[in-house]
Design a protein around this ligand. Sequence first.
Ligand SMILES: NC(=O)c1ccc[n+]([C@@H]2O[C@H](COP(=O)([O-])OP(=O)(O)OC[C@H]3O[C@@H](n4cnc5c(N)ncnc54)[C@H](OP(=O)(O)O)[C@@H]3O)[C@@H](O)[C@H]2O)c1
Length: 260
Amino acid sequence: MANRRAVVTGASSGIGAATVRALRGRGWDVVGVARREDRLRALAAETGASVIACDLTDGAAVSALVGELERSGPLHALVQVAGGARGTDRVEDAAIDDWQWMFDANVLATQRLVAGLLPLLRATAEVDGHADTVFVTSTAAQTAYPGGAGYNAAKAAEGMLVRALRQELNGEPIRVVEVAPGMVHTEEFTLNRLGGDAVAAEAVYAGVEAPLLADDVADVIAYALGAPAHVNLDLITMRPVAQSAQHLLARGPLRVRTAE
Ligand SMILES: NC(=O)c1ccc[n+]([C@@H]2O[C@H](COP(=O)([O-])OP(=O)(O)OC[C@H]3O[C@@H](n4cnc5c(N)ncnc54)[C@H](OP(=O)(O)O)[C@@H]3O)[C@@H](O)[C@H]2O)c1
């Protein structure tokens, strides 16, 4: 039987790249998508994935991506990881360009991908009995925090899009899975959020014993895709043990509290 094929966005770094590796390791054919071609080429050489460079905030580029995917074979799964945060501004003095970017990259890009790729997923589901979509939102979609508003709003909007989509597809054999991670220590997410300030970015993770890693999220995505086709994991919220809630982050070693 031919391999299943997934398109994974955000493939040039962090969670997306880890997801490409995880799915390739489980026998999927994978098409990795992001803007940076050099990184995509390196990932293709490492994993055997196909890659397509595309700016998901550009409607014409997404149409071209959809055309290429259509021509190159059936599509069994969309894994939408691309996105991110820009800035930690308070609402009253937020940089509108950053908020615009967050809505474009997290929300509107997701809509474009769904609109473009659903016909391909439906065609596959018609033949194979099912197809899948997975979206990486965030715990920031669930809980607001000071300085988080732009990202909170964008990820919450993406989450609502996903939850509405699941209902719109009711009656069709297409799963809609949302993965909402808490703190994940990836190379670029916080660095980009903090305008390239590497020291400030590292300070975010300082002393946290075992934040989530990209591979942890990738494993969960692969698990959701590998579960029996009738099992839809609607919303998977995952955090490091050190982060019991959005604001409750233990720094320093985790240790058992013994009675005095
Ligand atoms: N790290 C965390 O703590 C964390 C926690 C919860 C949720 N998340 C979410 O998980 C996802 C991945 O996070 P990450 O930590 O892996 O971040 P990352 O390393 O910064 O990866 C972001 C990916 O998105 C791609 N991307 C950004 N804008 C794009 C565009 N316009 N068109 C195409 N691709 C674009 C980037 O590739 P190019 O720059 O090459 O285009 C990159 O591959 C994001 O949606 C993020 O919001 C992250």
